[in-house]
Write a protein that binds this ligand. Structure first.
Ligand code: SAM
Length: 282
């Protein structure tokens, strides 16, 4: 979508870009055209697009033959999308949901959850609003997923890929997906221009990824483990997860270890021990 079209469309509807929803729209037509191919989108793929905005990327995803679910929190933009894509909506290639893609307790919007589980594993292709990047990415492990190609602030993407500081998110993503960084983008391809660079994050599911049950325990373990990074890990884990603490000790993790010093494979091993112990206790 050209910037002139975007500005005219917003103005006509009395809308302005909203910072609190992370509204930085893609305005480079050549770049937009290349995204579905870079994401590996094939005709008939089910694609979740978080925050379609004015529909610039949605249009390209539809042109690539995707069946798109778009979730948009901004009521004014949602109304514009409905108007703009009424044909695609009526023929069934696009479904729009108005609301917050994030629901409480690690889940997604109920309509997204229902859609996700009602067909083959989908892709996620999105210019993700920075305000929800971490929580959204944290909801991906444990779900069936064909792949994800997600545009993020560079710092966030590097963190998610385990290249910038420690945290539970890179551990969880790394256990479920092959995580790689894609093309970097300068602020000029957006309007309004963000103050930072952006980059695509690619996720490809691993065959040996944790099961949903393992992922659930892993999430709890990591949350507790990384909650007070400066304090020693094992004493904190032992109260709520004695089996995990024991598994890590048996694997050579020292009493004084910090969470970032524990390899991802050992976190998974610890989660598996918790499940075994839970299933054997009366
Ligand atoms: N896809 C458009 C593009 O690339 O030009 C817009 C991308 S803009 C970075 C992010 C979009 O996500 C905005 O349209 C914003 O309103 C929407 N958004 C922000 N928070 C959201 C949330 N919690 N749930 C759903 N959509 C959200």
């Amino acid at each position: 979508m050209k910037i002139s079209e975007l500005k005219a469309g917003l103005e006509q509807r009395g809308l302005v870009p909203r910072n609190r929803f992370g509204q930085n729209f893609l305005i480079d037509p050549a770049l937009l055209k290349s995204i579905p191919k870079d994401a590996g989108v094939q005709t008939g793929d089910r694609v979740l697009e978080v925050g379609p905005g004015a529909g610039a990327l949605t249009e390209e995803l539809l042109a690539a033959g995707a069946l798109v679910l778009g979730v948009e929190i901004d009521v004014g933009l949602h109304a514009w999308l409905q108007e703009r894509f009424h044909h695609e909506i009526s023929e069934g290639s696009l479904r729009l949901v108005e609301g917050d893609v994030l629901a409480k307790t690690e889940r997604l919007h109920p309509e997204v959850e229902a859609w996700w589980n009602s067909g083959p594993p989908p892709r996620v292709v999105s210019n993700l609003p920075y305000v929800i990047s971490g929580p959204f990415l944290g909801r991906l492990p444990g779900r069936p997923l064909l792949g994800a190609h997600i545009l993020l602030q560079k710092e966030m993407a590097e963190k998610a890929a385990g290249r910038g500081g420690a945290g539970s998110l890179p551990v969880r993503l790394g256990l479920s997906f092959e995580v790689s960084l894609g093309r970097g983008l300068p602020p000029e391809v957006f309007w309004p221009r963000p103050k930072v660079d952006s980059i695509f994050l690619n996720l490809h599911p691993l065959e040996e990824a944790p099961s949903p049950a393992e992922e659930k325990v892993l999430r709890e373990l990591l949350r507790l483990g990384f909650a007070q990074k400066r304090k020693c890990l094992l004493p904190r884990l032992s109260a709520d997860f004695p089996a995990a603490s024991e598994a890590l000790t048996n694997s050579g993790v020292l009493e004084t270890a910090r969470p970032e010093e524990v390899p991802a494979s050992l976190w998974l091993k610890a989660a598996r021990e918790v499940i075994i112990q839970d299933s054997s206790s009366p």
